[in-house]
Design a protein around this ligand. Structure first.
Ligand code: GUN
Length: 277
């Protein structure tokens, strides 16, 4: 069966919209875009549109490619000190001359709606985070939606990035799963995938995993979004060879993708409530 991320995300947005109507002030998310990367511009526009749809206010700050680290940090400091800003998101990747870690660390942790700064990641590891990274948290929402009890499940996480693989592995551990985290050096990757009750893949390699790798009845979570030369959008797993073998699978597009932005909205509302209570 297919886990319909688009539908689940829509339900989350409706729920947020209903809650926002009861607030004194619209939650306010500020998104910073540095430079002219076309993919980043699309992501940022989608985030803005989603904010408007649920009744948030949203400000986009576009900074020139040539901005210095110092000037970027000055912008963040101003937003940290502005009581009417609830969430701050700096779209990644940044131009090469800028240090993303220092940027992330300078965002007030209570406004870090990406959940990327070390305090929020530290709290995630201790299973007490308030702001959790959006894509991993969105995956957890999807698993909850299909009523999967993760306690004792064998999960293989393929990919160990700071944005998805690592925090998703921790989320799954926090839910009681036994997690194997694989990286580009992992031996016998296929066997580690094959023994898993749940496989999550976030490596950015088109259709790298096919049906031969998947245990009958496994759940497959595909976090990849890859554009092929023919223009098609595909995930990190080969949907067609897996769909009849897996008990549940997330499609691409329409799976994990829409959950990331819906979860960003959730986090912005959480940040608003935490700072205004
Ligand atoms: N670039 C790709 N994914 C993300 C994300 O989740 N947050 C930010 N800020 N940048 C990204």
């Amino acid at each position: 069966m297919i886990i319909d991320g688009k539908q689940i995300a829509k339900k989350i947005r409706k729920n947020i919209h209903d809650k926002v109507k009861q607030l004194d002030r619209a939650p306010n998310l500020v998104v910073i875009l540095v430079g002219n990367d076309p993919a980043s511009a699309v992501y940022v526009r989608n985030k803005e549109n989603a904010c408007i749809e649920v009744g948030f206010s949203s400000e986009k700050i576009v900074l020139p490619e040539s901005i210095t680290q110092e000037d970027l940090l000055a912008n963040i400091k101003r937003l940290n000190n502005d009581d009417l800003v609830d969430g701050i998101l700096v779209q990644l990747p940044l131009p090469k001359h800028l240090d993303p870690n220092q940027v992330i660390e300078n965002i007030n942790y209570a406004k870090d709606v990406d959940g990327f700064n070390s305090r929020n990641i530290g709290e995630l590891i201790q299973n007490r985070a308030i702001l959790r990274p959006c894509t991993p948290k969105g995956v957890m929402t999807m698993l909850k939606e299909i009523n999967i009890d993760l306690a004792g499940k064998d999960v293989t996480m393929v990919g160990a990035s700071n944005i998805v693989g690592r925090p998703l592995a921790i989320e799954l551990l926090n839910a009681g799963a036994t997690v194997t985290i694989c990286n580009s050096k992992t031996k016998d990757l296929k066997n580690k995938v094959k023994r898993a009750d749940i496989v999550a893949v976030a490596v950015g390699r088109a259709e790298m995993i096919n049906g031969d790798w998947i245990k009958d009845g496994a759940i497959v979570i595909d976090v990849g979004i890859n554009r092929l030369d023919d223009g098609r959008l595909v995930g990190d797993v080969d949907f067609n060879s897996i769909k009849d073998k897996a008990s549940w699978i997330t499609p691409v597009p329409g799976g994990v993708g829409p959950m990331t932005i819906a979860t960003l909205l959730e986090n912005t509302l959480i940040a608003y409530n935490a700072r205004n209570s």
